[in-house]
Design a protein around this ligand. Structure first.
Ligand SMILES: [Zn+2]
Length: 154
């Protein structure tokens, strides 16, 4: 059984939904990605990656604007800002954290969170737990098990 992720024919990146809208740009290797950008970015990325790798299979995708972490769909993203790395993730509930300074935005059944990480130490146990929850919520690669609540696209 292969993965049911959709591959964009133009940029060759994969997505959880067929024809999903995205910034259509080819993925970079991690080394290419980190050949530019602020020096504080990579240690934060390594801290997030170290946690995510403990959770199970995951796809890491670097594009010019940031790095996506994907399971059945994207569950977290790192985006470099002037003085910190913005870690965004979606959860089925709204959570609070001192580093989540932006308003938590609801969309559909999810809440979009952004935490500002300046160093790898900013990724504390609480944020790691939130990442775990986002990972589990994003479902396995290939989507839901056929025959449960799978429905053909209308
Ligand atoms: Zn594309």
């Amino acid at each position: 059984m292969g993965s049911r992720l959709w591959t964009c024919p133009d940029c060759r990146r994969t997505f959880g939904r067929n024809g999903q809208r995205h910034d259509c740009a080819p993925a970079l290797s991690i080394e290419e990605y980190f050949s530019t950008g602020p020096a504080f970015e990579r240690p934060v990325f390594e801290a997030v990656l170290a946690h995510v790798e403990c959770l199970g299979p995951c796809q890491v995708e670097a594009v010019s604007v940031g790095i996506f972490f994907k399971r059945g769909r994207s569950f977290a993203q790192l985006r470099p800002m002037q003085r910190w790395v913005a870690l965004s993730f979606s959860l089925p509930r709204a959570v609070r954290h001192p580093l989540i300074t932006r308003r938590v935005v609801p969309y559909g059944p999810h809440f979009h969170h952004v935490a500002n990480l300046r160093t790898p130490h900013d990724l504390d146990d609480e944020l790691r737990d939130h990442l775990t929850e986002a990972y589990l919520d994003a479902g396995p690669v290939g989507g839901f098990v056929a025959g449960s609540d799978a429905r053909p696209d209308a």
